[in-house]
Design a protein around this ligand. Structure first.
Ligand code: NSS
Length: 423
C-alpha cells in the first residue's frame, strides 16, 4: 500500500493510500464516525461507516484517545468542508501506539503546567503554527543574505573574550587554560571576517546570564549578525529596514494560515515597509518625557520606554546615537557629539520593543584601546581584535537581530519563550 503525508494527498485523490499520524479528535453518530488525523503536514478527516466495516474495526475506533498514533487506509477525495480540505473513506485502521490520558487536554492549563509538559505541548496547533513561522523567519534570514552576496561565517560558541557585558556571562573551565565563556555575540569574529570577505554574517545560539525574568529575555537565544565593510551607520540602518521588511513580507506571504491559526491581526505587519522612521536618542528622551516618562538623558531606554515610544509610530522605529555610557565598548564615537556613539536600536511596534541592536564600529586603534581599558576589560584578550585596527582599518558596521523577539512580534504572542522549542 502506498503511504503518503497529508500535504501530498492531492496527488493521491481517488486512490487508496495509507496515512500515519496522531489522533487529534474523534466524534461519532453511532453509524458514521469521524477521526481527525494530524501528521505535522496537515489535517485529514477520516470517515468510518459502521455498516461497511467489520465489527472488530468499528470497536477499535471506539478506543481511540487523543494522540494515539494510528495508520488509516482508504480512498481520499477533496472535501472543502473537512479540516485540511481532504477526506478519507476509511477501509482499515491500525493502532500503532495507544495514548492513555494524554496530559494536555482541550481545556485551560496554567503556563507552568504547559512548560513542564513542553515536549508534549509542542504538538498543539498553536505551537505547531509558531514553529512554522519561526522556520520561515530563519529561512528568510538565510535567503536575504545569500541573495545579497553575503558569506556565512560560523563563529565560536566557546570564546575567550567578553563580547557584550561582563555581568552577563556563562563561564566554564577550559582545561588548564582558565575560563572560557559561552558567546554573547559572534560580532567580534565577524568583524575579522568582514575584512576578508566584505559582507558576512553569523547565525547561531547566543547566551546571556541575565536573571531578568521578562517576556523579552531568554538565557539562550538565536541571533543573526551581519557585518559589512564600508557601511557607515546610515547604510547600516538602511540594511536593517530592508531586512526586517523582507522577513515580515515572507511570513505574510508563506505562513498566512499559521498566522490565522494564531489569530494574528496582519494589518500592522502589512505596513512594515522601508523607510522606517528615525529618531535620535536625545530627541527620544524629550519625546518620552513629554509622554510622561521620567527618564533622563544618559539612561538606557527601559522596556516600558521602548513600548511608549514605539506606540507613536505605525511601523518599526530606529532610535540612534545613544550615550556612550550605556553602550558596548566597540561602538564608534560620534564625531559630531562625542558623548554619544554611532549606533541604533530598532524597536518593533505593538509593544514588542527592541528587536535589533546595531552600530558602526570604532575603527581607530587608540580610541578602541582606551574604551577597552575604561570598561575594565583585559586588552590582552582583545589583542587580535585590536589588530583589525592596526592592519588596514576600515569603516564597518553591523547589527544583531534576535530571532525569538522577531518571531514573537510577527506571531503576535505575548512571551518570547513560546517561540523556541525548548526555552
Ligand atoms: O546585545 S544586543 O543588543 N547587540 C549585540 O549583541 C551586538 N553584538 C549585535 C551586533 O551588532 N552584531 O543584542 C542584539 C539583539 C537584541 O536586539 C535582541 O533582539 C536580542 O539580540 N537579544 C535577546 N533576545 C532574547 N533574550 C535576550 N536575553 C536577548 N538579548 C539580546
Amino acid at each position: 500500500m502506498t503511504s503518503a503525508r497529508i500535504h501530498e494527498l492531492s496527488s493521491h485523490a481517488g486512490h487508496p493510500v495509507t496515512v500515519r499520524g496522531w489522533v487529534a479528535h474523534t466524534r461519532s453518530s453511532g453509524k458514521i464516525a469521524f477521526v481527525i488525523l494530524r501528521d505535522g503536514t496537515g489535517l485529514l478527516q477520516g470517515v468510518l461507516s459502521k455498516k461497511e466495516l467489520p465489527a472488530e474495526l468499528w470497536e477499535r475506533f471506539g478506543q481511540l484517545t487523543q494522540e494515539t498514533s494510528i495508520a488509516l487506509t482508504g480512498t481520499v477525495r477533496a472535501e472543502p468542508r473537512a479540516p485540511g480540505g481532504y477526506e478519507m473513506h476509511v477501509s482499515d485502521l491500525v493502532v500503532l501506539g495507544p495514548s492513555p490520558d494524554f496530559p494536555i487536554q482541550p481545556k485551560e492549563h496554567g503556563t507552568q503546567y504547559l512548560f513542564e509538559h513542553r515536549h508534549l505541548w509542542l504538538r498543539s496547533r498553536r505551537q505547531v503554527a509558531i514553529a512554522r513561522v519561526r522556520h520561515e523567519v530563519v529561512q528568510a534570514i538565510r535567503d536575504f543574505f545569500h541573495e545579497r552576496g553575503f558569506t556565512l561565517v560560523d563563529t565560536p560558541i566557546l570564546t575567550g573574550a567578553i563580547g557584550e557585558q561582563a555581568g552577563e556571562l556563562f563561564s566554564t573551565d577550559y582545561f588548564d587554560l582558565g575560563k572560557a565563556y559561552l558567546a554573547q555575540t559572534g560580532q567580534l569574529y565577524v568583524e575579522a571576517a568582514a575584512a576578508a570577505l566584505g559582507k558576512v554574517y553569523c547565525f547561531g545560539p547566543t547566551f546571556r546570564a541575565e536573571k531578568s525574568k521578562t517576556r523579552r529575555h531568554l538565557t539562550e537565544f538565536w541571533m543573526v549578525e551581519p557585518e559589512v565593510a564600508w557601511n557607515d551607520s546610515d547604510d547600516n540602518m538602511r540594511l536593517q529596514e530592508e531586512f526586517v521588511s523582507y522577513i515580515v513580507a515572507r511570513a505574510l506571504e508563506r505562513r498566512a494560515e499559521d498566522l490565522k491559526e494564531l489569530e494574528r491581526d496582519t494589518a500592522p505587519l502589512e505596513r512594515v515597509r522601508p523607510p522606517f522612521p528615525r529618531i535620535s536618542y536625545t530627541d527620544a528622551v524629550e519625546r518620552l518625557r513629554g509622554l510622561g516618562s521620567d527618564m533622563e538623558w544618559g539612561q538606557d531606554l527601559g522596556g516600558d520606554d521602548e513600548t511608549l515610544l514605539a506606540q507613536e509610530y505605525d511601523r518599526p522605529v530606529f532610535v540612534f546615537n545613544y550615550p556612550k555610557g550605556v553602550k558596548a565598548f566597540y561602538m564608534k564615537e560620534n564625531p559630531a557629539d562625542p558623548r554619544t556613539v554611532l549606533n541604533d536600536d530598532c524597536l518593533a511596534p505593538e509593544g514588542y520593543g527592541e528587536i535589533i541592536g546595531g552600530s558602526q564600529r570604532e575603527d581607530d586603534y587608540d580610541r578602541l584601546l582606551a574604551r577597552i581599558r575604561e570598561q575594565g576589560l583585559d586588552p590582552e584578550a582583545y589583542r587580535w581584535y585590536l589588530d583589525l585596527r592596526r592592519y588596514g582599518t576600515f569603516v564597518h558596521s553591523g547589527f544583531g537581530l534576535g530571532v525569538e523577539r522577531t518571531v514573537a512580534w510577527i506571531c503576535g504572542i505575548p512571551h518570547i519563550r513560546e517561540t523556541i522549542a525548548f526555552p
